[in-house]
Write a protein that binds this ligand. Sequence first.
Ligand code: ZN
Length: 263
Amino acid sequence: MSRLVLALPFTVIAEPDTLRLIAGEDLRYTFRQRDIDRWGAALVEALRAPRARVEALARVEPSVREAASALLARLIEERVVVVDAPAPPAATYRVSVEGAGPLAGVIRAALPSPPREGPALAVLAQDTMDYAAALAFGRAARARGDAWLWVSEGPLARGFVGPIHLPDGGPCFGCVLASFRRLSPAPALLDALLAHGERGGAMVPAALDPAARAILASLTALKIDRGPRAHAAAFALHVLEVASLEVSAHPLWVDPDCAEHEA
Ligand SMILES: [Zn+2]
């Protein structure tokens, strides 16, 4: 059963009928509701450690549990509370790289020689926007119990190095797509690409600047190296802007809109 936890170390300030959650200077939430200061703080404090939903709600009196349940739904919607990610393995990954085009070869060359033992991690290198194939690759890796990582130069103007997806939970590739859909000015195109890929439709590969491709490969090697030490960067989505060579990192959580997870 998935467990819920606070996404960040929030400071909780309870004032009459008001609950404030503050993480650093940039993240702050204010909730106003009758008596929320009495029971809201108890609910939030319970979620400093990962807990099942019912276990967290059991921390408040039965008379206010319905209101606490509504607050919890709101906290999940605002990503204040997220599904707890499983711990990555302590050992070095045994890596395999799959995919067509020069990107797969450049990634293989950037990796240190793989250990013979250790948990398996499959890299999918894509030079098209065949998101249906990436979804299928992720489902197969999860079914085998392997970690995996998606790298793509398909979008042409951008390159992506996905988070390490762990087999026993945490955000999946469907969660990555859900975040794309939310940010995209034209989400219908994403659905069209998915349907085209599912039909086995042809996709024309992108040919990325070799310098940009080398950045994607070295980011991939760094993330695979740091994943076993639970480095946050290994579990973020990295986006390379090809024109400026700027790389940005975006943390990911299990997306409530992702159909790949059981409700
Ligand atoms: Zn997902």
